[in-house]
Design a protein around this ligand. Structure first.
Ligand code: ZN
Ligand code: ZN
Length: 241
């Protein structure tokens, strides 16, 4: 079987050679050196709640007024340059094979002190997309990331407890208020008994204003989850628009 698997891998490599997740350079399993070195990692000090850089340490001005619903949110990198390119290829050009390269960033970040507040989580729930969108894209990007992440960290994956009930326009290009309206009541917990009393870690590819994470966290908390945290590959501040 080992032989068969190796031959099969060689055939796959010949047909679909591994490429850099961001620039598609052939022969790189994950990230080429140049792209790996230009990832804009989030570095401390960060806001204790939303994980965006602040100086001095404490809460950012936004969380002092409207704290996010998840107890703590962390992103590995800024949604910029090579990260933006890789997530675009993954999600919009539908390269599902990039999931391991992006999940590797989540795994690396999990070793980092920035993500320590999230370590209280005992189960992982990917942010769902609507079934219709999943059919169009062929996969749910967050589910693929969460699966790879759980495989490495050993955390339990709950792939089917949260459902997106309403098909609405993508959040891209919307302002803060429109985003909030767009995802209002968009989630339903299908199996409340599975999340009851659990500390849940939501996984997504990118967060912007937090309206999606907030709605998902609200649904989980009303279903009986004891705590909710969120972890994403990237964060895109809305003022970047
Ligand atoms: Zn590259
Ligand atoms: Zn904050």
């Amino acid at each position: 079987m080992r032989w068969a698997r190796t031959v099969w891998e060689e055939i796959l490599d010949a047909l679909y050679p591994p490429r850099c997740a961001a620039c598609a350079l052939v022969g790189c399993d994950g990230w080429c050196d140049e792209c790996a070195n230009s990832i804009a990692y989030v570095t401390p000090p960060v806001c204790a709640r939303c994980g965006t850089p602040v100086d001095p340490e404490g809460f950012c001005s936004s969380c002092s007024v409207h704290p996010l619903v998840p107890e703590a949110v962390r992103a590995v990198a800024n949604y910029d340059g090579v990260i933006r390119a890789a997530i675009h290829r993954f999600k919009y050009e539908k390269h599902a094979s990039l999931a391991p390269a992006l999940a590797r960033l989540l795994n690396q970040g999990w070793q980092n002190s920035l993500t320590e507040p999230l370590h209280a989580a005992d189960v992982v729930v990917p942010i769902p997309i609507h079934r219709q969108r999943e059919r169009e894209r062929g996969f749910n990007q967050s589910a693929l990331l969460a699966r790879e992440f759980c495989r490495s960290t050993g955390l339990s994956l709950l792939p089917d407890v949260l459902e997106r009930t309403v098909y609405r326009q993508p959040q891209v290009g919307l302002g803060e208020e429109e985003r909030r309206e767009n995802v209002k009541d968009a989630f339903r917990v299908v199996k409340p008994q599975v999340v009851a009393g659990k500390s849940v870690l939501l996984i997504d590819d990118v967060w912007t204003t937090g309206s999606t994470l907030n709605e998902a966290a609200r649904a989980l908390l009303s279903a009986g989850a004891s705590r909710v945290f969120a972890y994403t590959v990237a964060h895109e501040p809305l003022d970047a628009w």
